[in-house]
Design a protein around this ligand. Structure first.
Ligand code: 5GP
Length: 206
């Protein structure tokens, strides 16, 4: 289905800066809307149902899988996470651009449903820098950091499946790169045809 809105999918190993970059972009760009995923993990800290995630039970998640309600879903760090098809379709049909911040397994599945999705992978500048960011974040034990580093090696091996790569060495530069990708995508003929169908029609362009 060709919706007027665009779908951006951002994936990265834990600690590469995905959440901070997406948050900064969302603050700057009012045409972009985040998608709120469903998860079986319990809320952390100040997280609110319907804001960071829809926090659901295992059986609620199972029911959504059975009803084919997810565009993609995956096991990530012992919990399940899924993106609801309807939430994305409703927003894109209204002309909004949607940004998904998901793990790499989900990103790879998205194109099976949304062939026009733009998949962006964020890399750290080096393994040393990734480890020191995870350590500075202070959220995880050394064992969990080791696990995240191991997972990161598997994740970056998937980079060729993505359309764009950003190396997040300097935050401002990486944010500029992300804004540039979003803006260029909006100017593609195929995207303009979808977003500005009326203008194309008025100009008699088929
Ligand atoms: P956290 O529990 O730290 O919020 O997220 C853990 C990981 O799950 C992150 O990499 C996050 O991007 C990913 N994630 C969040 N929502 C989804 C989703 O709907 N689908 C998939 N595949 N991954 C998700």
């Amino acid at each position: 289905m060709d919706y007027p809105g665009n779908l951006f999918v951002v994936a990265a190993p834990s600690g590469a800066g995905k959440s901070s970059l997406c948050k900064a972009l969302l603050e700057l760009d009012s045409r972009l809307q985040p998608s709120v995923s469903h998860t079986t993990r319990p809320p952390r800290g100040q997280e609110k149902h319907g804001r960071e995630y829809f926090f659901v039970s295992q059986s609620e998640f199972d029911a959504m899988v059975a009803a084919d309600a997810f565009v993609e879903w995956a096991h990530v760090h012992a919990n399940r996470y899924g993106t609801s098809k309807k939430a994305i379709e409703d927003r894109m049909a209204m002309g909004a651009d949607v940004i998904l911040e998901i793990d790499f397994q989900g990103a790879v599945q998205i194109k099976n449903v949304f062939a026009n999705a733009i998949c962006i992978f964020i890399l750290p500048p080096s393994w040393e820098e990734l480890r020191s960011r995870l350590e500075r974040r202070g959220e995880d034990s050394p064992e969990i950091i080791d696990m995240r580093m191991k997972n990161a090696q598997l994740e970056v091996a998937q980079v060729a499946e993505f359309d764009f790569v950003i190396i997040n060495e300097l935050f401002d530069r990486a944010l500029f790169d992300l804004k540039t990708i979003v803006h260029s995508q909006r100017l593609k003929i195929s995207a303009q045809r979808r977003a500005r169908a009326e203008t194309f029609k008025a100009l008699n362009i088929l």
